[in-house]
Design a protein around this ligand. Structure first.
Ligand code: GTP
Ligand code: MG
Length: 148
């Protein structure tokens, strides 16, 4: 089934929100199949955000993402990419509905505490970039209580 790459950004880690963000995905029914705390190089972050390298905010974005550790996660489940984005909220937290992660915990676009893959294709690229060691395969005993 579908996989998505979710990352708590340095502001989210600093603010003690790793558990909150992980917990929302866990409680929704998504299966955690990889996770780690990491201090990526600027080069690694530039690869992750390669699609944005021509944008004026790119240097600020890389500085922000390089300001501390990030917490990297891969979740698997039904419609994981689209549902993950919906759980995060809009890029600009002021436009994010209450109940979303950004809508509950952030105010500024440049401090929006979490990342989520925007397509299945990008999710697979991001998972390969952040977890070259691969993800786990296992069964949740509660799967029949989550899926009909
Ligand atoms: P990610 O999940 O982090 O990829 O965010 P997104 O998909 O909602 O937005 P996008 O990929 O377009 O931009 C990546 C990140 O760059 C955003 O999450 C913001 O942190 C930052 N960003 C995007 N647009 C702006 C902007 O106009 N100004 C600033 N300062 N940062 C921006
Ligand atoms: Mg994006």
């Amino acid at each position: 089934s579908e996989r998505t790459y979710i990352m708590v950004k340095p502001d989210g880690v600093d603010r003690g929100l790793i558990g909150e963000i992980l917990s929302r995905f866990e409680k929704r029914g998504f299966k955690l199949i990889a996770s780690k705390l990491a201090l990526p190089s600027k080069e690694h972050l530039e690869k992750h955000y390669a699609d944005l390298k021509e944008r004026s905010f790119f240097p600020d974005l890389i500085r922000y993402m390089h300001s501390g550790p990030v917490f990297c996660m891969v979740f698997e489940g039904l419609d994981a990419v689209k549902t993950g984005r919906a759980m995060l909220g809009a890029t600009n937290p002021l436009a994010s509905a209450p109940g979303t992660i950004r809508g509950d915990f952030a105010l500024a676009t440049g401090r929006n505490i979490c990342h989520g893959s925007d397509s299945v294709e990008n999710a697979e690229k991001e998972i390969a970039l952040w977890f070259p060691e691969g993800t786990l395969q296992y069964k949740l005993s509660q799967a029949a209580m989550i899926y009909e």
